[in-house]
Design a protein around this ligand. Structure first.
Ligand code: ADP
Ligand code: S3P
Length: 541
């Protein structure tokens, strides 16, 4: 990949933070006896979600393992968890067409590569009678080799072995297929690789598509579907992980992976900003802060930027005083300024996607859409209140929001809307209501007065939004907004869908931590860069 830097020989630090060491326990075959202690571990794993996210009381222990495995599938890593040490990744993800000559490993490999290439060319001559198919395979292998993608070779393997023995870990810019190779030189490579891996006390392979272990209430077990014989042959019995004894096992694992991934992705980004887009409450701010730490970027919230540039008024105040379009102008200006600065994770306001000019600014960097189902958004927003989100704050009662509520309602089908008596005085409201059929209930004043007196004036809503709980109100508002702008989010370079992650990991959406989302954001950015071969990413001088 041109323009994208790849570290081929990066050695991860070998000593973990204290809390991590304390939290790992004896190896896999050590069975925890008590059911409650396992649950304790898992509950503590989710010790620091936002206060309103209540962990499920009965967490399925298997979930954690699946989550771990899946994270590694996504990141393409082979992960080793050391006894009493940090998890270490031995990576096989390889960038296609990456820069050559970076790092020692490539230098060492060049000679070898040249020699093997010549050898193969001689072989090609000898075996002229071969079938066309084999020739294509040969061609493919040669192409891979030229791209620097041959399997792990002597120098790297020795290095890996040395690191393994020393208890260290390393990244080797080689492709993942090296572990699942199936013939000739590749099989040898695979064997060597496995030997190198197994020479270290504990390895936990998350890369092959096999359920390597299952968590049960009494400990971790190799899944029954893997027959004993097969297990022995594949060496899986040794490819095992230490089960967590206590503490924040889950978060540790995520945090550690996130940091490593952050370092990797930051080196490809060359200072490009990340713009997080998504509906209100999708976690742009929460995830953005975590992401910025992993990338060693600074974090900016575009709403805060606008607030500061307008002397500290809140977004709600700006909406109330000057209206939405005034706010949008400042928002566009904020994005323009932010797009000129390097190394930032920007949490944008949910509405930035509606103006094409904002996309022009954001496309200076990489845009990522956090796709969260409306139901989850409404829950989150209901938990904190709609006060800071004027487009959902139908209770505030100012003229602007009442009209806005009516506009939103006019976009929804199959509704009978009981409007507030005062809506008729604003022409704009009629425009909205004329989207449907308006019916005037003409009741003599004295009859109205009697009715209202009977029930009290407290029950007179301006819009029917006043009835219903915080969740319903938030959901209604989000629904109409998402109808209007759902398609606009699709312009982002990458999408992170919580629904997809939840289905993939077998988790509830509310159980996906912001750290896991941040990790997925990094993976999707990486995929985006790979798809675009790094060419769309301009370099900062
Ligand atoms: N992964 C998550 N799980 C549960 N709640 C979350 C998650 N991410 C964010 N939240 C909560 O949702 C609310 C909105 O998050 P925030 O980051 O402010 O969203 P945005 O910046 O997109 O509006 C906050 O109260 C936050 O604590
Ligand atoms: O969706 C929107 O139009 C808005 C989202 C808000 O930001 P968050 O997405 O950070 O809540 C804020 O910019 C403003 O209330 C408008």
């Amino acid at each position: 990949m041109r323009g994208v830097k790849v570290r081929t020989n990066f050695v991860y630090p070998s000593s973990p933070p204290h809390s991590v060491t304390d939290n790992l326990i004896p190896p896999f075959h050590y069975k925890k006896s008590s059911q409650s202690s396992m649950k304790d571990i898992l509950n503590r794993s989710f010790a620091s979600p936002p206060p309103h996210v209540v962990p499920k009381p009965q967490l399925n222990t298997d979930v954690i393992c699946r989550a771990k495995r899946s994270i590694s599938f996504r990141t393409g890593k082979l992960v080793r968890l050391n006894r009493g040490g940090p998890a270490q990744i031995i990576a096989f993800r390889r960038w296609r067409g990456r820069d050559k000559g970076e790092g020692e490993a490539d230098d060492v490999g060049d000679e070898d590569r040249e020699r093997r290439k010549e050898q193969r060319e001689r072989n090609v001559h000898k075996e002229r009678g071969r079938s066309r198919k084999s020739e294509e395979e040969e061609e493919e292998r040669r192409r891979e080799e030229e791209e620097g993608g041959e399997g792990l070779e002597g120098a790297q393997l020795l290095e890996l072995e040395a690191e393994a023995e020393a208890g260290g870990g390393g990244t080797i810019g080689r492709r993942r297929r090296a572990v699942s190779c199936d013939g000739g030189r590749r099989r040898r490579t695979s064997c060597e690789l496995r030997r190198a891996l197994l020479s270290s006390p504990l390895f936990f392979s998350l890369s092959p598509p096999l359920p390597l272990y299952q968590a049960t209430d009494s400990g971790f077990e190799i899944p029954k579907l893997l027959k004993k014989k097969k297990r022995r042959r594949s060496g899986l019995e040794e490819w095992i992980a230490p089960a967590p004894q206590s503490g924040n096992f889950h978060s540790f694992d995520e945090n550690w992976l996130l940091k490593r991934k952050g370092e990797e992705v930051a080196s490809y980004l060359n200072g490009r900003c990340i713009f997080l887009v998504g509906m209100m409450g999708s976690g742009k701010t929460t995830v953005g802060k975590i992401l910025s730490e992993a990338l060693a970027y600074s974090f900016v919230d575009s709403d805060k930027y606008v607030e500061e540039s307008l002397g500290g008024s809140t977004v709600a105040q700006i909406f109330k005083k000057f209206g939405e379009s005034f706010f949008r102008d400042y928002e566009s200006e904020a994005l323009r300024n932010l797009s000129l600065m390097p190394r930032q994770v920007v949490a944008t306001g949910g509405g930035v996607v509606i103006r094409p000019i904002n996309w022009e600014h954001m496309k200076e960097g990489v845009t990522v859409y956090l796709d969260v189902p409306l139901d989850a958004l409404a829950r989150r927003i209901a938990a904190v209140g709609t006060g800071s989100r004027p487009l959902l704050d139908f209770d505030s009662g100012d003229a602007y929001t009442k009209s806005e509520a009516l506009r939103n309602l006019s976009l929804m089908p199959r509704q009978v809307v009981a409007t507030g008596g005062g809506v008729v005085i604003r022409p704009i409201n009629w425009e909205h209501m004329k989207e449907g059929v308006t019916v005037y209930l003409d009741v003599p004043l004295d009859a109205l007065a009697r009715r209202i007196a009977a029930v009290g004036t407290g029950s007179r809503p301006l819009l029917d939004f006043d009835s219903g709980d915080a969740y319903t109100k938030a959901f209604m508002g989000l629904f109409t907004l998402s109808k209007k702008r759902g398609h606009a989010y699709a312009s982002a370079d990458a999408t992170v869908s919580l629904q997809y992650i939840a289905a993939d990991l077998g988790l509830d959406i509310s159980d996906i931590t912001p750290t896991a989302i941040a990790l997925e954001v990094l993976v999707q950015i990486e995929n985006f860069l790979q798809r675009n071969n790094g060419m769309s990413i301009k370099m900062f001088p």
